[in-house]
Design a protein around this ligand. Sequence first.
Ligand SMILES: Nc1ncnc2c1ncn2[C@@H]1O[C@H](COP(=O)(O)OP(=O)(O)O)[C@@H](O)[C@H]1O
Ligand SMILES: Nc1ncnc2c1ncn2[C@H]1C[C@H](O)[C@@H](COP(=O)(O)O)O1
Length: 227
Amino acid sequence: MNLREKYNIPHDSIITIAGTVGVGKSTMTQALADALKFKTSFEKVDTNPYLEKFYADFERWSFHLQIYFLAERFKEQKKIFEYGGGFVQDRSIYEDTGIFAKMHYENGTMSEVDYETYKNLFDAMVMTPYFPHPDLLIYLEGSLDEIISRIQLRGREMEKNTPIAYWEEMYRRYEEWIDNFNACPVLRLNIADYDLMNEKHSIEPVLEKVGRAIQHSRRWKTRQLIK
Ligand SMILES: Nc1ncnc2c1ncn2[C@@H]1O[C@H](COP(=O)(O)OP(=O)(O)O)[C@@H](O)[C@H]1O
Ligand SMILES: Nc1ncnc2c1ncn2[C@H]1C[C@H](O)[C@@H](COP(=O)(O)O)O1
């Protein structure tokens, strides 16, 4: 029996990994996909034409970057559903608006008119009854110190040169955002409770929780359909 069957995870599941920059989403995405033999959908950082410019000048590039991310994530989302699931996705589409666009608007680095245009587009594309939501959003959380040290360790220059206050604010916003998030079922994992770098088997307790959460949410969906 493979790990997917062992933990009762349906072959067509769609799992998205959320959490602040540097918390370990990409690492978890790869580990889960390897264990489940699922496909991955990664954020493309190296080929993003706006990201470095954005870190150098938030005000000038924030709208361009949000439109770019929205288009990329929407294309990925479409691909995932066209394949019929069996995917782990690195970062959810919900974080773009709920964290990043909102934060830049509220800090004055995205104008009101740009923010309204962006939100209208996001709502028309995503917040409709026709947009299929993931089976599960895994939210990774941990201490701010650990997350900042991971950003430093990973070593993307644009992130290393960004003031710590930016990551602190993002961290605080994520905590508030996840407490109010209800677009799909959520599983919260603390990064102190597993170590994917040094203990390969630490993915198994995660799989067990994922299996239980997806079974629970699918039973709930079936009951809603029968009602
Ligand atoms: N469980 C872990 N223990 C220690 N370091 C980790 C762990 N998971 C990820 N990292 C490291 O933290 C950094 C950020 O991880 P990454 O998966 O790229 O985060 P994200 O995709 O959330 O930005 C990377 O250098 C990665 O190797
Ligand atoms: N929607 C976004 N707006 C601004 N910046 C974003 C957005 N989505 C991702 N990013 C940035 C943050 C990081 O520098 C890279 C990759 O994110 P990571 O959390 O490391 O996967 O893109």
